[in-house]
Design a protein around this ligand. Structure first.
Ligand code: BES
Ligand code: MN
Ligand code: ZN
Length: 490
């Protein structure tokens, strides 16, 4: 797994600002005040920092922005990074500043000399998140053991504030690694193995193999994987940090390790992007990891359906009819609408076995959601306003884009089948909504449910606020927040 940038916390020693090789970061406030370490850097550079805040250009500098001075006189560092951040900063600004520092770092040791335990923790979090680099398959990747030193007056307090954030970063890195990994490496078996490894964090992990899934009647899930040489699996991860016996929150993820479309084969151009079609399962895994790492006081169960959608002599044909675990029959019109076939069985199983207090499913489900919302926001569908609003608030707090979409009976009409209980596609109009309608047929009336269509946000072609190009880990922060704010007992 990609390691987090190491972060250490030490007591303030202003002389280190002159002697540190690598990069030194100090803070000035938007109204032009130099903090203690910035004053020292200013003295060393014979007033350069003060001239900068006095300059006309400084008026345009936004909170969270970083201005770099290269090879500053009077210092051993190769750059002095001046961070603009208010005393009572917005969390988003602190993370943005950290992200900017992470982008600039280039493997060099960073000395962040600043105060405020919460604030330096958030800056460090932003830095670590942005410093992610998926280099598992680069033969010339350099092992960098240099990290970040946070120098502040209360290092113990800062370290304590950073610990839960580093747990989240660790979870997000797992999500990103899984999502970036190519499908010849991340087979269903390899995916399951990586989840089983999380037993060492105190998670209870079970792998249900094909024979077991067959016994449970998960025929829609199995129909997706039957064309592949990789065996289909469902993995169940339990974190019981809450009250004994309290109904858990269930997280369910689509884990299609590669989506060729099956017999309804996708066009060749861009098909390589379908390595990320397990992104929903990746977020479930990363969130479980973050919750376990920070020992969340809540009961959470994560379930992922791991399959590969391949064409072959055994593959499902368009027109086939299969029976779901629930018992409803599905006419498979398009084998490329496979995600819902995986999810419906896992969702049914989750409710049947755990009677969850709430259920969130995540899936790179439809191309249509990208047409609707682009790469900025995930589509949010729900049968419960309170639950939905709690999630939207959590996503907003963490600056992860999310937008509620409608459900409704009229859309459901599009799923009618002549020969079975339903079809697996509803046609081109409102493709993301009919996909959600399909899923809702497998949600019990009294289960508060949220469906997150993350096709647009799981992986992107250019850097986002906290991630370089590629897998983003979208959702780990929001789901962690949803748990922290709504499910944790004191
Ligand atoms: N995995 C795709 C959705 C997708 C598309 C994710 C682009 C990420 C980027 C999904 O399985 C799929 O193929 N959906 C079809 C559904 C259609 C056949 C009803 C789609 O969106 O075209
Ligand atoms: Mn598909
Ligand atoms: Zn898919």
């Amino acid at each position: 797994m990609t390691d987090l940038t190491p972060v250490t916390f030490t007591a303030t020693d202003l002389d280190a600002i002159a002697g540190h090789e690598g990069r030194v970061a100090v803070i000035v406030t938007p109204d032009g005040k130099l903090e203690q370490s910035a004053r020292r850097a200013n003295r060393l550079t014979k007033g350069a920092v003060q001239r900068f805040v006095d300059s006309e250009g400084f008026a345009k500098v936004k909170p969270g922005q970083v201005t770099s001075f290269a090879w500053p006189v009077g210092m051993a560092a190769e750059a002095l990074d001046v961070v603009c951040l208010a005393r009572n900063h917005a969390v988003e600004d602190a993370r943005k500043a950290g992200s900017a520092l992470g982008k600039l770092r280039g493997g060099k040791a960073v000395l962040l000399a600043a105060d405020g335990a919460r604030r330096v923790a958030e800056v460090a979090f932003g830095l670590v998140m942005r410093d992610y680099d998926f280099s598992a398959h680069k033969t010339d990747a350099k092992d960098s053991d240099t990290g970040v030193t946070v120098m502040c007056s209360k290092p113990d307090e800062a370290e304590a504030a950073a610990a839960p954030l580093m747990a989240i970063a660790d979870g997000a890195f797992m999500t990103r690694d899984l999502t970036n990994e190519p499908a010849n490496v991340l087979t269903t078996t390899e995916f399951a193995n990586r989840l089983v490894e999380m037993k060492n964090l105190g998670l209870d992990v079970e792998v249900l193999e094909e024979a077991e899934l067959e016994k449970l009647g998960m025929r829609t899930l199995l129909s997706v994987g039957q064309g592949s040489d990789s065996p289909s699996k469902v993995v169940v991860m339990q974190w019981n940090g809450g009250e004994t016996g309290a109904a858990p929150l269930a997280l369910v993820g689509k884990g299609v390790v590669f989506d060729t479309g099956g017999i309804s084969l996708k066009p060749a151009a861009g098909m390589e992007d379908m390595t990320m079609d397990m992104g929903g399962a990746g977020v479930v895994a990363g969130t479980m990891r973050a919750l376990a790492k920070r020992k969340a006081k809540a009961n959470i169960v994560g379930l992922v359906g791991l399959v590969e959608n391949m064409p072959s002599g055994n593959a499902t044909r368009p027109g086939d009819v299969v029976t779901s675990m629930k018992g409803d029959t599905v006419e498979i019109i398009n084998t490329d609408a496979e995600g819902r076939l995986v999810l419906c069985d896992v969702m049914w199983y989750a409710q049947d076995r755990f009677e969850p207090a709430g259920m969130v499913d995540l899936a790179t489900l439809t191309g249509a959601i990208i047409i609707g919302l682009g790469h900025e926001k995930a589509g949010v569908f729900s049968n419960n306003d309170d639950f939905c609003n709690a999630f939207l608030k959590a996503a907003d707090t963490e600056n992860e884009g999310a937008w509620r979409m409608p459900l409704g009976k009229a859309y459901d009409e599009q799923l009618k089948s002549r020969i079975a209980d339903m079809k697996n596609v509803g046609g081109r109009p409102a493709g993301s909504i009919t996909a959600a309608q399909f899923l809702q047929r497998f949600v019990k009336e009294d289960t508060p449910w949220i469906h997150l269509d993350i096709a647009g946000v799981a992986s992107v072609k250019s850097a986002t606020a906290l991630a370089p190009a590629g897998a983003t880990g979208w959702g780990v922060m929001a789901l962690n927040r949803l748990v922290a704010d709504g499910y944790e007992t004191e």
